[in-house]
Ligand binder design. Sequence first.
Ligand code: PMP
Length: 283
Amino acid sequence: MWAFLDGEFVQEKERLVQLENRGLTFADGLFEVIRTLEGRILFFEDHYSRMKKSAEFFNIEMRFPSEEARRIAVELVKRNGIEDGELYIELTRGTDPHRDHRYPPKETRSTFFMLALPLRKIDSTSWRDGVKLLTYPDLRHGLCEHKTINLLPNVLAKNFAYARGGYEALMFRESNGKKYATEGGSSNYFFVKDGVFYTPEVDNILSGITRGKVISLVEDLGYEVVEKRIALEEFFNAEEVFLASTVSRVMPVRAIDDVSFEVCGKHTAKVMRAYEDLFFSAR
Ligand code: PMP
């Protein structure tokens, strides 16, 4: 399999990232996961501009302008013969031999790589039968709006859910003894109550590309979408719940802990259909 690293296409044996890379020693970097479908790369601009905004915030050099990065991505997907897959992009603050918390000297180049991976396996019954969520404390940092590679709390939360037969964690933060839903290890959440859609506001979550598309589609369908701070109880009292992410797309939730929901209820079914239409026609 080919990868792209710092300006060239490389094969496995040539994928040489230094052990002192700040991505490894400090998780000092950003990433994106982008879906490919029949060899096309979906919503590239949305993902790349999210990375660019965060790179500006963290002052990490963005080595390739968007058009060039897109051309590289297209070539990489083609070289690897990936049809339905995932394009992974990572950008780190580069290699710093001193392992110093201070940013390295200006001339240190960032490290930029792309991988084109086959699509991870998801049981296709998940979209029909819904998936289970397990609630778990949100242990992440205050920079969750950036897609940083600091993912240990997300790894912990998802594995807590997997170990109990779940697909994802529904993370929550406590404030004055009350628990508020945030997001999943790698998903955003929505629920429907009395014909209105609700989703946690963008404070303390990653503003998912899929979440954004879903909000527009739901509004186009004529529904009201409320983005606000949402207590966990409101999720438990919902009529329909679903998750949204690049890889899971729109996926119905059948249970959170021991509370069950109607799967693919009439509102969720409409959103799933609308998203699938957008997904299959996206260029
Ligand atoms: N939240 C987190 C923490 C994530 O890692 C992801 C996956 N990128 C999402 C939400 C969903 O975002 P997107 O729709 O951009 O894949």
